[in-house]
Design a protein around this ligand. Sequence first.
Ligand SMILES: Cc1cc2nc3c(=O)[nH]c(=O)nc-3n(C[C@H](O)[C@H](O)[C@H](O)COP(=O)(O)OP(=O)(O)OC[C@H]3O[C@@H](n4cnc5c(N)ncnc54)[C@H](O)[C@@H]3O)c2cc1C
Ligand SMILES: *[C@@H]1O[C@H](CO)[C@@H](O)[C@H](O)[C@H]1NC(C)=O
Ligand SMILES: *[C@@H]1O[C@H](CO)[C@@H](O)[C@H](O)[C@H]1NC(C)=O
Ligand SMILES: *[C@@H]1O[C@H](CO)[C@@H](O)[C@H](O)[C@H]1NC(C)=O
Ligand SMILES: *[C@@H]1O[C@H](CO)[C@@H](O)[C@H](O)[C@H]1NC(C)=O
Ligand SMILES: *[C@@H]1O[C@H](CO)[C@@H](O)[C@H](O)[C@H]1NC(C)=O
Ligand SMILES: *[C@@H]1O[C@H](CO)[C@@H](O)[C@H](O)[C@H]1NC(C)=O
Length: 487
Amino acid sequence: MLPLVSALALLGVATASAIDKAAALSECLSAAQVPVDAADSADYKLDASPYNLRLAYTPISIVVPTTPKHVQDAVACAAKIGVKTNAKCGGHSYGSFGLGGEDGHLVIELDRYNQVVLDNVTGIARVQGGARLGHVASELWDQGKRALSHGTCPGVGVGGHVVHGGYGVSSHTKGLALDWLIGATVVLANSTIVNCSESENADLFWAIRGAGSSMGVVTEFRFDTFPAPETLTYYVAALKWGTAERMMAGFKIVQEFAQDMPKELNMRLFMTPRFINLEGLYYGDKASFKAIFDPLVAKTNATVQLTQQGGWLDQIKHFGGGLSLDQGHPYDFHETFNSASLYTNALNETQISNFANYWFQYAKSNKRDWYVHIDVHGGKNSAVSSKAADSTAYAHRDYLFMYLFYDRVDKGVFPASGFSHVQNYVQNITDGLSSSQWGRYLNYPDPSLNQATAQEDYFGSNLAKLKSIKKAVDPQDLFYYPQGIQA
Ligand SMILES: Cc1cc2nc3c(=O)[nH]c(=O)nc-3n(C[C@H](O)[C@H](O)[C@H](O)COP(=O)(O)OP(=O)(O)OC[C@H]3O[C@@H](n4cnc5c(N)ncnc54)[C@H](O)[C@@H]3O)c2cc1C
Ligand SMILES: *[C@@H]1O[C@H](CO)[C@@H](O)[C@H](O)[C@H]1NC(C)=O
Ligand SMILES: *[C@@H]1O[C@H](CO)[C@@H](O)[C@H](O)[C@H]1NC(C)=O
Ligand SMILES: *[C@@H]1O[C@H](CO)[C@@H](O)[C@H](O)[C@H]1NC(C)=O
Ligand SMILES: *[C@@H]1O[C@H](CO)[C@@H](O)[C@H](O)[C@H]1NC(C)=O
Ligand SMILES: *[C@@H]1O[C@H](CO)[C@@H](O)[C@H](O)[C@H]1NC(C)=O
Ligand SMILES: *[C@@H]1O[C@H](CO)[C@@H](O)[C@H](O)[C@H]1NC(C)=O
């Protein structure tokens, strides 16, 4: 070790204690035979490079486990040496939390540990902790024509997606990804491996369904699945909201429809400076879709651009953004962006007017490539809202709308002056609301929030219970990251 230590010290790249830690960690991992990405290897570069290029961090080391024992040994080494550690699955965190959200963490890169095994008699799927959504979807289909409810991007990891929620174009009908979880195997901070379910370590099971990233490393997810529907209809309809008045009138109509739209319909407003669309997926054929949707089209003066009947994989490919479905390693897509999220109930007159005024007075002058998604998350017939808000750690089930504000540059650096775009948008909508009247989603984080605010906004009334579970399973905060749960 000495030559390495003195070479780094000469370069002045790190403090003596950081170098000691790196050396001790490397020795511990090597003694336990945990696979590690060699520094400067192609794999190291790929695994260390964040989805969001704005938030790049340097890990102390990256391990690439291929067994649960490797994960246990890596966690034991991190605890012994006093290094924070985090699981990384698909690496799609908007805040680079799989890399620790700061320099110096041990990254447990799971994306080579991605097997999916479906029991096509029980319909239960065992999914290793590093699989990506597209791989899961294609395996469930190939092994038994089964399906899960989850988000749209095939490269997103099941790991981060499920431990924080997992909202997609099936969620109004079929709930969140985490609603299909019936059990999990978790490596805890003291490096023991445990199973959890409704009947075994039930508190841990509750906590990993919403705040799992703070509780341990999930090595295996066990999901119930549903038979992939044979007949679905996906659609796009364009709205012409050219003035604040039009937007306000149109928004009111859409909102009224959203509150009690049928369970089988999934819908979002996809708003950019170039277009404003209603998009989504209907569980049923084109004729029954039209019977439900045509009245809304008539009221809003929308122009229907696509109504396509198809099977399960057709819609997954349609919403998958042109990527091939079965994503694994290597995966090398990146963007440079800032984000924020919001959940609200139906907006009142003032809030709709604030929303529209912000759009026309401020947002439209932003020449970056930004958008807003407003998903119909809750409402009278939503599968997400049909469960109690305290049934899992995912706290914000009751809200009608889930918003994603996404602001990106196509090349170069995101400008310092750009952060206010999404932050002010959120504040213009929540102005006057008390903190119990809105929330935020950890899978669409605002990386600028401080830790105390982040925990409250993401977890609301479930935070107290999460803190007590965190204290029991990770009292030293081994799985720390800048917006994680603190005991
Ligand atoms: C292009 C794109 C599209 C998206 N679309 C959707 C969408 O439609 N719906 C939606 O809800 N979200 C969507 N998201 C957000 C996505 O759900 C989150 O970014 C999610 O956390 C990513 O998970 P990951 O495993 O890829 O990320 P990572 O960065 O690897 O991990 C994210 C967090 O989860 C933790 N984690 C990862 N694996 C595990 C594990 N096995 N055990 C414990 N903790 C773990 C990490 O430590 C980190 O804190 C999208 C993101 C992108 C970039
Ligand atoms: C179920 O799994 C068995 C064994 O792998 C396989 O032979 C069979 O074709 C599968 N059934 C379906 C419906 O895919
Ligand atoms: C967890 O449950 C799985 C599936 O039932 C089983 O194969 C595994 O041995 C269990 N692991 C532990 C640590 O109990
Ligand atoms: C739809 O178009 C009609 C006729 O032009 C107009 O009167 C009405 O205000 C429009 N409604 C909306 C919500 O745009
Ligand atoms: C609304 O947005 C404007 C423009 O960005 C900003 O000046 C104002 O402070 C925001 N309002 C609130 C309540 O945050
Ligand atoms: C809408 O709600 C906000 C926040 O509670 C409040 O300040 C405002 O007065 C309400 N406006 C109307 C028209 O009810
Ligand atoms: C590890 O932590 C869990 C959760 O706190 C605890 O139940 C278990 O007893 C601990 N195991 C050991 C070996 O300390």
